[in-house]
Write a protein that binds this ligand. Structure first.
Ligand code: NAG
Ligand code: NAG
Length: 360
């Protein structure tokens, strides 16, 4: 047989590998990987704000804030003076100098810095007994909203239109909880600021979505104080060149009707039912999910219009089909995942000071 007709075995293997990968769809679909970064052991992180591919802020217990300006390779850590025992469950940063952090438990506090964390100013304080602020979110550089657990028959909902310098309660807030219903302060992602009234998701005895006067039951596990919705993410709108930014953060635009909610039961964090809700029409009905995330999930982000990442205490999963099926890429737990507001970088933060960057 003529030598020249034989395919060299090295190339044959490569060919077969590529062929099988294409058939299985693994090559283009699940190329994401979690690369762990030096973290801060002994701390728990739930607040994360990724400004750009370089600038990342993270917050957690023991009054801790971390700032990276080199894409997460190194962090400057600090314990905010006078707040060393507070748990900063959420943070929103605007650049390398400016950020607001939210402290859970009593008193409810929001602090703001303009000098990269060297000094912090108290911009909101709530002394009421039973106050418990959960999360905050900004829809652009100026407009934001925060949510706290119910007091006096309504959720605590405040808005700002000056980048968090001052906060005011919504007039006659329409967010009325049931007994045993509240918000989780798991990842700073159960509120979405937008024009008009914010969107809020709840858990506990019931798990619902509040959008102004509209209240929608979520198809998530509920009934216990560990169950329900933890995070909501809106799908990015199709990019239209030349159109100015609208409701989305930093000029990015989002669909208000096409979104994903994740949650589950944090007391049974590998349970794979009732941990995701997907809709394309604002919750009028829910899409079928064929392969759900691999357990309770406290955070979710869209990488683009079809790819998502979700994480929780039992691991990290990715989806390439808009959230209808998921593949686990790690069994290391993280509380929160966030994508750069201006950029592509994606970071994760979690228990025992864990920090990671998603390669994708
Ligand atoms: C949650 O419910 C369990 C079982 O009913 C109870 O033991 C626990 O104290 C409750 N936790 C909170 C925070 O309410
Ligand atoms: C995915 O989850 C299964 C258990 O459900 C585990 O055995 C496997 O190691 C996980 N894969 C990754 C990449 O973490």
């Amino acid at each position: 047989m003529n030598q020249s007709f034989r395919i060299p075995t090295g190339r044959l293997h490569l060919f077969l590998f590529l062929f099988c990968s294409m058939i299985l769809g693994t090559l283009p679909l699940y190329s994401q990987q979690v690369d762990s970064l030096p973290g801060r052991p002994g701390h728990s992180f739930r607040g994360l704000s990724v400004v750009s591919d370089q600038v990342v802020w993270v917050s957690g217990n023991k009054g801790t804030v971390g700032i990276s300006t080199d894409g997460g390779n190194s962090f400057q850590w600090q314990q905010v003076k006078g707040h060393e025992s507070r748990d900063f469950r959420d943070i929103e940063a605007f650049d390398a100098q400016t950020a607001v952090v939210l402290a859970v438990d009593s008193p409810g506090l929001v602090l703001r810095t303009e000098d990269g964390g060297q000094s912090w100013t108290e911009v909101y304080r709530d002394q009421r007994s039973g106050i418990f602020l959960d999360a905050l979110h900004f829809s652009d550089e100026q407009n934001g909203a925060l949510v706290g657990d119910p007091i006096g028959g309504t959720y605590v909902v405040l808005t700002t239109s000056n980048q968090g310098r001052s906060w005011s309660p919504l007039e006659s807030p329409p967010y009325r909880p049931d007994t045993g219903e509240a918000c989780f302060a798991a990842s700073g992602s159960n509120i979405i600021s937008r024009r008009g009234t914010p969107l809020v998701i709840s858990g506990g005895t019931r798990s619902r979505l509040f959008r102004g006067q509209q209240v929608i039951d979520l198809p998530l596990v509920q009934g216990k104080n560990s169950t329900g919705a933890n995070a909501i993410a809106l799908r990015p709108a199709r990019h239209r060149p030349g159109k100015p930014g609208g409701s989305g953060g930093s000029g990015r635009r989002y669909s208000q009707r096409h979104f994903v909610v994740v949650g589950g039961d944090f007391a049974a964090d590998t349970l794979r039912s009732g941990n995701i809700a997907l809709t394309r029409n604002g919750g009028r009905n829910w899409q079928q999910v064929s392969i759900p995330p691999f357990g309770y999930r406290s955070s979710v982000v869209y990488l683009d219009r079809s790819r998502l990442v979700s994480c929780g205490t039992s691991g990290v999963d990715v989806s390439a089909d808009g959230g209808r099926s998921w593949q686990n890429i790690s069994t290391t737990g993280y509380h929160v995942v966030q994508k750069a507001k201006k950029g592509k970088a994606v970071f994760l933060a979690g228990g025992n000071g864990r920090m990671a960057r998603l390669r994708w």
